[in-house]
Design a protein. Structure first.
Length: 190
């Protein structure tokens, strides 16, 4: 696949089949991530691959955290929301949790570490597309809950940034919705 074809053809795929991609494919995706640029070569990313029962455990932990923040847990609406949250990690056969561990070097700016991880995620998603896999980067308020950090063994300075859902696409390819760069670009010559 040519670079421009990959850039223009990759789309977020929200519905995937439950067939588990081979481990070799997931490893290629992770390797692609590690080739992303990072300021001062800190490589601040961390990846946690969840498959099988681990996805269910993540959903249960997310639900437990959410329930702890709700006063009236007995309503049907709340129970439905909790069940939905619990099932979210089961929407794909592979979920890759993505975190940042900011460098403690004085010259490193934390936002640049987050930007580097975002570049790594883009590499992952492009590599997955090239391998015939679909991905979508999901977040939501539960992602940023400090109480979710222990599930991944993350420290105080670490931050969970999102989840990349990976699987074989179960949707037809959508057309591009990209806008011309000219709509988002201002040129300065002097």
């Amino acid at each position: 696949m040519e670079l421009w074809e990959a850039l223009k053809g990759r789309r977020s795929i929200g519905k995937v089949k439950l067939d588990v991609p081979p481990r070799e494919c997931i490893e290629k995706i992770l390797e692609a991530a590690t080739w992303a640029p990072s300021h001062h070569q800190t490589q601040p990313w961390k990846f946690f691959v969840l498959q099988g029962r681990a996805r269910q455990r993540l959903g249960e932990e997310m639900a437990r955290i959410a329930m702890g923040k709700i006063a009236d847990q007995e309503t049907e609406d709340v129970r439905a929301k909790i069940e939905k949250l619990k099932s979210k990690p089961l929407r794909a056969p592979v979920v890759i949790a993505v975190a940042v561990t900011p460098s403690e070097q004085e010259k490193v700016v934390e936002i640049e570490e987050i930007e580097a991880v975002a570049c790594a995620v883009q590499n992952m998603m492009l590599a997955a597309h090239e391998l015939g896999l679909g991905t979508i980067w999901r977040t939501g308020s539960i992602t940023y809950e400090p109480d979710l950090k222990p599930f991944f063994g993350l420290g105080e300075r670490d931050r969970l940034l999102g989840f990349v859902y990976v699987g074989y696409p179960d949707l037809p390819q959508r057309e591009s919705v990209g806008r011309p760069f000219t709509e988002k670009t201002v040129w300065y010559d002097e």
